[in-house]
Design a protein around this ligand. Structure first.
Ligand code: GDP
Length: 358
């Protein structure tokens, strides 16, 4: 049938050609907007190192829509056999210490060696303020332009556990996409360091010279977790005090008990802004990898981390299911009133709620 005849027929039926064209283009726009790509297609693109597909898959993982859960899990499972082959580095330090400047210099150093680098973040404040330490687009601007770099801001979530889980799953996808080094950045304010430590191989603490640990909000526990401490801003008038701080810290670290990794944590100087001391830190990471691979600790640690994440995920899910059950929501309120009126104790109330049939 000729074009003219087709349009004449449609016009007879009361449908104009432009109307049908509009409808089909709207449909395709809607499909595009809904981002609906089959998990198998996403997996294939990720394995090809496609960064756009990687970004889409992470968005799927981060989705709060329950309907996306199955697809997200399928993508993760499809990528899992190709994961596990990167060096995972955690970086922490108080705001202003120079984390993003450091990551930019460090990342460039690695890409210059042909490595592909992914930067993910865990920002505990994002669960409260919905902000994000990597949200500001101007951070790591020049690194972000590199084709061999993938930068993803912290997921926002209702709990640090939820955010952390998404980051951990994102690591799997980044590894499947062929990233050699995965940097997980966090801000040094407490619980988030423990979370990051539980998903990385090497943990780097950035510090400033001349400010006490209390002032920098650094807890003893964080120092105990660090595999290396880099004193940043070791330049200009700061250099002398940075050198002094390095000596003091190196001595102090010797007083800590030996670690299961048998790795003696190192203290080093760097100036992220001048890209100085960066190579030394990368060499430390490689030394650590070699030593812990040889003595078996690397494998043991990764297995322990997987066990930890199994338990964490179960705990999170149980908590979620429990508190979101309509019956619990209703009864919890009643029990709280009873506690307020001194008619029951928190323990008796907990016992009652935990024994309810859901
Ligand atoms: P973050 O909050 O830890 O990510 O810190 P930024 O990377 O944003 O750095 C905070 C400020 O310190 C910025 O003004 C940087 O230019 C500056 N800065 C970062 N690294 C260095 C450094 O090595 N030397 C000096 N002198 N300044 C630095």
């Amino acid at each position: 049938m000729s074009k003219e005849k087709k349009s004449a027929l449609k016009e007879k039926k009361g449908v104009s050609v432009s109307e049908t064209t509009d409808k089909s283009s709207i449909k395709s726009i809607k499909e595009k907007r809904s981002n609906k790509i089959a998990p198998s297609q996403l997996i294939a693109s990720i394995l090809n190192g496609n960064i756009t597909a990687l970004g889409k898959a992470i968005t799927l993982i981060e989705s709060k829509n329950r309907k996306h859960l199955k697809d997200a899990n399928n993508v993760i499972m499809g990528c899992l056999p190709y994961a596990n082959n990167s060096i995972r580095i955690g970086i922490t330090g108080v705001p202003g210490v120079g984390k993003s400047t450091f990551i930019e210099a460090f990342g460039k150093h690695l890409t210059a060696q042909g490595k592909r680098v992914a930067v993910l973040a865990i920002d505990p404040t994002s669960t409260i303020s919905k902000g994000s330490i990597l949200g500001d687009k101007t951070r790591m601007e020049s690194l972000a332009k590199d084709d061999n770099v993938f930068i993803r801001p912290s997921a926002s979530g209702d709990s640090l556990g939820g955010v952390a889980r998404k980051t951990r799953e994102s690591i799997i996808l980044c590894e499947a996409a062929g990233f050699d080094v995965i940097i997980i950045e966090t801000v040094g304010v407490g619980q988030s360091e423990i979370t990051v430590h539980s998903m990385v191989d090497f943990f780097l603490l950035l510090k400033l010279a001349g400010a006490g640990d209390e002032l920098q909000g650094i807890k003893r526990g964080i120092i105990e977790m660090a595999d290396a401490i880099a004193i940043n801003k070791a330049d200009g008038g700061n250099l002398k005090s940075a050198k002094l701080a390095k000596e003091e810290f190196s001595m102090a670290l010797h007083l800590y008990p030996e670690r299961p990794s048998h790795w003696q944590p190192k203290v080093t100087l760097c100036s992220a802004i001048n890209s100085e001391g960066i190579d030394e830190i990368w060499k430390l990471v490689l030394d650590y990898m070699e030593a812990t691979t040889k003595n078996g600790y690397f494998e043991v640690k990764r297995n322990k981390q997987s066990e930890y994440w199994l338990i964490q995920t179960i705990e999170e899910q149980l908590k979620f299911d429990f508190f979101n059950a309509p019956k619990i929501k209703k009864e919890l309120e009643k029990q709280m009133k009873l506690i307020e009126n001194k008619k029951t104790t928190p323990f008796a109330a907990a016992d009652y709620l935990l024994n309810l049939k859901l």
